[in-house]
Unconditional design. Structure first.
Length: 620
C-alpha cells in the first residue's frame, strides 16, 4: 500500500505542478464565463424588458441544457491546446471575443426583431446604411456584464504570466479528448434519430424545432449558429416538392376557399389606378388618438371616415422586416422562415399583384426611397413583377431626415413619376421618415409634448407619425390638383409595428403614461383603403394579416378570384366569414369559429409558403 501511495504522490508532484494548475484555470475562466454569458443571454430574452435581465429566469430557462452549453464552448476552446506559450493566451482571448460578440449581436437583434438572426443576415450588409442610430439604440447599459470576464482574465494572466512561458509542446492528446467528447455528446441524439431511426431517444424534441429562439435556448447562441449553418447549407440546395408537400398545398387551398357569393364591394374601384403607401412603423394604436388635445394622425382619422378601415391587421413579417411586407402585400405568401426572401430568392416567379394587374392592362412601378441594394429591393421587386423600379438614385435628396429623403420631398417627386405612367397604373410607394429611433428634427415637431415624453422614443414616435400623416395629406392634395385622385384608389398600411416592436421598455418606464400607450400584445398595423367614390366609410373588425391585402385589393378592382385563389395564402377581408391571422411564430390570433382541422392546416401554412417559394411553385 505504501508503494502505491508513493507512486501517486510522485505523479502529482511531477505532473500537477503550480504551472499546470494555473494553465487549467486559464482554460476554466473562459469556459465558465462564456457559459454564464449564455445564461445571461437567456436572462435578457426571458425578461419582459429585454434591455434588463433577470438571472434567475435566465438560469431557469437554461438549466436543463447547461451540458449542451458547456459542450459547444469546449469545442471552440479545445483548439487553444494546440498552441504553445503566448499563442494559447492569444487564442483564448480571440475566441472569447468572437463568441461574446456573437452573443451580443444576437441579443441586439432579438431586441429589435424578437428572434435571433440567421447567418444569412451577414449577406445583407447593405442594410446597415444610415442605420447607426437604430443599431445604437439596441444596446443596453446592462450589456457590460458580457465583458467583465475580460477584466478578470487579463488580471489573472498578468499575475500568472510566468506559468505560460514554459509551455514547450502542444497538448494534442488533451485536445482530442476535449474536442471529440463534446461532439459525441452533441451528436448522440441526431445519430439515434437519423441513423438508428430511434425518434423516442431522450431530448429528441431539442433537435426537431424550427423556432430559432428555442434553438438558442436549448444549445446556447453558439450551438444555434452551428445548427443554423447546417440549415442554411441544406436549404441552399434547390428544393423539390414531395408528394406529401403537394398534397398538403392542395389541401390548404381547398380548406381556405369559402365559396361565398360576391357582395357590393366587388369591383368598387374597377379600372382605377392603385397606389399603395407603405408607411414606416405605423401602428394602429395611434389612429384616432389625441395628445394634449391634438390629433396624432388627423389625415388618417379623416380618411377612415370615408374609407374601408381595417384596424385588426396583424404584423406577419419575419427576418426580412420591411421587405417581407412588400412581399406579402404583393404575393399573398408568407416570407421565408430563414433570412430575407428578397436576398435568397429574388428571381422566384410569383402570381403577384403587379403580374395579375398587368394582365388587366395596368402599368406597374415601384418607387422606393432607399437604395436598390437595401434589402435587395431592386432585384426583389422587379422579380415580383413590377415593370419599373425607381430607387433613391432617381430622387433629388435635397432634404434628408433620418434614413433618407424626407417624406415631404419624396411624395412631391413621386407625383411627376406617376403622371408619366400610362393609366390605369399600380404604384408601390414607401415612406421613411417615421423609421426608428424616431428623432424627428425639432423644427418639424408640432405636438408640444411635455419634456419627458418629448425626449422619449414614444414622444419621437408620435411626432414622426404626425409628420408622415401630414405628408400623406399633402400627397393626396397633389394628386387632386393633378386630376388623378378621382380615378385612383389609395391603400395605406404600416410595414410593421414600430415603437412597441423596438422600444417597448422605454414606453413602460415613462412616469406619466396613459393606458393606451402600452403594448396590448396585439401587433396590429392599420389598413386604410381610400376611394373618393366611397361616400360613407366603414370599419371592418375582422381579424386579418398582411397576406390578406392582395386578395382584398383585387376584389375591389373587380378581378375574378379564380386568377389568384389557388396561389394566395391570404383571403379577401371584404367578403369572408373567417376572422383570424397567423403570426410569424405560428400563433393564431382570433379564429374562434375555425375547426381544429382548419387550425392545424393554417399553422402549417408558414412552412408550406416557405417550400413554395424555394421550389418556385408558380413557375411549375
Amino acid at each position: 500500500m505504501d508503494y502505491f501511495k508513493d507512486k501517486i504522490n510522485y505523479f502529482f508532484r511531477e505532473n500537477i505542478t503550480k504551472d499546470t494548475v494555473n494553465r487549467f484555470i486559464l482554460f476554466l475562466i473562459p469556459l465558465v464565463s462564456i457559459v454564464l454569458k449564455g445564461i445571461i443571454f437567456q436572462g435578457f430574452l426571458t425578461n419582459e424588458n429585454p434591455y434588463s435581465f433577470n438571472f434567475n429566469s435566465g438560469y431557469t430557462s437554461a438549466q436543463s441544457f447547461i451540458n449542451y452549453y458547456i459542450a459547444f464552448v469546449l469545442i471552440f476552446l479545445s483548439f487553444s491546446l494546440l498552441f504553445k506559450g503566448k499563442g494559447r493566451i492569444i487564442y483564448i482571448f480571440i475566441i472569447d471575443i468572437l463568441l461574446t460578440t456573437l452573443i451580443m449581436l444576437d441579443l441586439c437583434y432579438f431586441r429589435g426583431f424578437l428572434t435571433v438572426p440567421s447567418i444569412l443576415i451577414a449577406t445583407q450588409t447593405a442594410n446597415l446604411d444610415n442605420l447607426s442610430g437604430a443599431i445604437y439604440s439596441m444596446f443596453s447599459s446592462m450589456d457590460f456584464l458580457f465583458i467583465l470576464d475580460f477584466i478578470v482574465l487579463g488580471i489573472y494572466i498578468y499575475f500568472t504570466r510566468n506559468s505560460y512561458k514554459n509551455i514547450k509542446r502542444r497538448s494534442f492528446k488533451t485536445f482530442l479528448f476535449t474536442f471529440i467528447i463534446p461532439i459525441l455528446f452533441i451528436g448522440y441524439v441526431p445519430f439515434n434519430i437519423h441513423i438508428l431511426n430511434n425518434t423516442k431517444v431522450k431530448d429528441a424534441y431539442l433537435f426537431d424545432n424550427y423556432d430559432p429562439t428555442n434553438t438558442a435556448r436549448y444549445f446556447s447562441p453558439i450551438g444555434y449558429h452551428i445548427f443554423d449553418l447546417y440549415t442554411v447549407y441544406r436549404d441552399s440546395k434547390p428544393y423539390k416538392l414531395t408528394k406529401e408537400d403537394k398534397s398538403n398545398i392542395e389541401e390548404f387551398f381547398e380548406i381556405k376557399k369559402e365559396n361565398l357569393p360576391d357582395n357590393n364591394y366587388f369591383g368598387t374601384s374597377k379600372n382605377k389606378n392603385l397606389i399603395y403607401i407603405q408607411v414606416e412603423s405605423l401602428e394602429d394604436f395611434v389612429i384616432g388618438r389625441t395628445i394634449n388635445g391634438q390629433e396624432i394622425t388627423p389625415v388618417l382619422n379623416k380618411l377612415t371616415s370615408n374609407s374601408f378601415y381595417f384596424p385588426n391587421v396583424f404584423e406577419q413579417v419575419n427576418e426580412g422586416t420591411s421587405s417581407d411586407s412588400d412581399l406579402m402585400v404583393n404575393t399573398s405568401l408568407f416570407p421565408l422562415r430563414r433570412g430575407s426572401t428578397f436576398f435568397r430568392y429574388p428571381n422566384t416567379n410569383y402570381n403577384s399583384l403587379p403580374n395579375i394587374l398587368e394582365e388587366e392592362n395596368y402599368s406597374t412601378i415601384a418607387i422606393h426611397p432607399d437604395k436598390g441594394s437595401f434589402w435587395n429591393y431592386a432585384s426583389g421587386l422587379t422579380g415580383i413583377g413590377f415593370d419599373k423600379f425607381n430607387d433613391s438614385h432617381a430622387l433629388n435628396i435635397d432634404e434628408a431626415i433620418g434614413m433618407g429623403i424626407s417624406d415631404k420631398r419624396y411624395f412631391e417627386q413621386v407625383v411627376p413619376m406617376l403622371k408619366q405612367q400610362s393609366q390605369p397604373f399600380y404604384a408601390l410607394t414607401v415612406t421613411l421618415t417615421s423609421h426608428g429611433p424616431f428623432d424627428l428634427p425639432k423644427e418639424y415637431r408640432e405636438l408640444n409634448l411635455n419634456t419627458e415624453l418629448d425626449k422619449s422614443e414614444l414622444g419621437g414616435y408620435f411626432e414622426s407619425i404626425h409628420y408622415t400623416d401630414k405628408q400623406i395629406g399633402h400627397f393626396i392634395d397633389l394628386l387632386d390638383k393633378e386630376g388623378m385622385l378621382d380615378n385612383t384608389v389609395i391603400a395605406i398600411m404600416g410595414d410593421h409595428t414600430g415603437v412597441h416592436k423596438y422600444y417597448n421598455n422605454s414606453v413602460e418606464q415613462l412616469s406619466n403614461k396613459e393606458d393606451w400607450f402600452l403594448n396590448t400584445g396585439n401587433p396590429t398595423v392599420p389598413l386604410v383603403i381610400y376611394d373618393s367614390s366611397i361616400k360613407e366609410g366603414k370599419t371592418f373588425d375582422v381579424y386579418g394579416g398582411q397576406i390578406d391585402v392582395m386578395p382584398t385589393l383585387l376584389y375591389m378592382l373587380g378581378v375574378d378570384k379564380s386568377k389568384y385563389e389557388d396561389t394566395a395564402f391570404g383571403r379577401n377581408l371584404l367578403n369572408t366569414q373567417k376572422s383570424f391571422a397567423v403570426l410569424t411564430n405560428g400563433t393564431i390570433k382570433g379564429g374562434e369559429n375555425l375547426t381544429d382541422k382548419e387550425k392545424e392546416i393554417y399553422k402549417k401554412s408558414l412552412d408550406l409558403s416557405d417550400k413554395m417559394i424555394r421550389a418556385n411553385y408558380a413557375h411549375n
